[in-house]
Design a protein around this ligand. Structure first.
Ligand SMILES: [Zn+2]
Length: 332
């Protein structure tokens, strides 16, 4: 209790801070580490600054703050400690960077695609040219490039489609790499065949629906979506459309009509999170201003009963209810 991680009041802002710095991301009701977050922790371990990733460090400083509050630790010695730690962290990062840059691997026996000088400098981080600014990093969007892939990119100017890239928010994707006219490696994406066919897609009237405040509109059925060509919304006045499958779950017509006429679907089960691959339940809601369909989540079931200290009638009731919900599946 003396070496806590700050007060509950500071926790929400710490989590928001981590989200805005993209170390974690919200996925429905979950918080997930992003690629950036995972890489940072891996990097700190390599640098030898594992203490920075440990909650006990925060606990120790919290304890010292408490001692200072109780006047058993002077402000000066507290600040000295902070300065010493900060100095050490900066020094280690600096030394690590220098060491990384100095490690040189055998030269690559290739011509620079930019200035055609022969022989490319090869380090742990990148392949680069000694005569011009040409350089390709070896880790691109979270994916470590194999030597053969780098050679193909340098010699042919382009790779095939490669698997295993990760977006900033931890979502995997596939892409190819090509050298642009400035000799920089850029990603290109597989062509989407769906886009073209969608234009000529046959649409059949499936129903009509009255949208509160927006009149009556036809709902057209196409292979991929429920479309309302006459109901436009948002900045660009685009027609409202609801995909027929959202996150792996089919969206039936009756729910589309309910979303548009009542603003909200029934609770729908079996959406599959793209990131965690776990199923979740949600309502679909219609944002009339944006003309978009969004998720709304049912209130979270508490995994643990509220703390004893809660005591108030409301909390006591909540904890009882959550026990009940938890209990049922087990009883089966
Ligand atoms: Zn060059």
């Amino acid at each position: 209790s003396e070496r806590g991680l700050g007060t509950p009041a500071t926790r929400a802002s710490i989590i928001e801070g981590l989200i805005s710095q993209e170390y974690i991301a919200r996925d429905g009701r979950d918080l997930l580490a992003t690629r950036r977050g995972i890489e940072l922790i891996a990097l700190l371990e390599r640098i030898g600054l594992k203490t920075l990733t440990s909650p006990s460090l925060t606990g120790e400083w919290e304890y010292k703050l408490k001692q200072m509050e109780q006047a058993s630790l002077g402000r000066e010695s507290f600040m000295d400690g902070i300065k010493k730690l900060t100095g050490e962290i900066v020094k280690r990062v600096h030394d690590f960077q220098e060491a990384q840059q100095q490690v040189e691997l055998p030269e690559m026996d290739l011509d620079c695609p930019c200035c055609h000088a022969h022989g490319l400098k090869n380090t742990l981080d990148a392949v680069s040219c000694r005569s011009c600014k040409f350089s390709i990093r070896k880790v691109i969007s979270g994916r470590e490039m194999a030597d053969e892939e780098l050679k193909t990119l340098i010699v042919d100017g382009r790779t095939g489609i490669l698997q295993g890239f990760t977006s900033r928010f931890g979502k995997p994707f596939e892409a190819g790499l090509e050298l642009n006219d400035k000799c920089r490696a850029t990603l290109y994406f597989p062509a989407r065949e769906e886009d073209e066919s969608a234009v000529n897609e046959e649409a059949v009237k499936a129903a009509s629906v009255t949208v509160p405040g927006m009149g009556e509109h036809d709902v057209m059925e196409t292979a991929k979506a429920w479309k309302l060509p006459t109901l436009t919304a948002g900045k660009e006045n685009t027609p409202v459309s609801v995909a027929r499958t959202i996150l792996g779950r089919e969206i039936p017509l009756d729910q589309v009509l309910k979303i548009l006429s009542e603003g909200k679907s029934d609770l729908m089960k079996g959406f599959i999170s793209q990131r965690t691959k776990r199923p979740f339940d949600a309502y679909l809601v219609f944002n009339a201003k944006l003309g978009k369909i969004g998720f709304e989540f049912p209130p979270r079931e508490k995994k643990y009963p509220a703390r004893k200290a809660a005591g108030s009638g409301k909390n006591a009731k909540e904890s009882k209810e959550s026990k009940g919900k938890e209990g049922k599946p087990k009883a089966k």
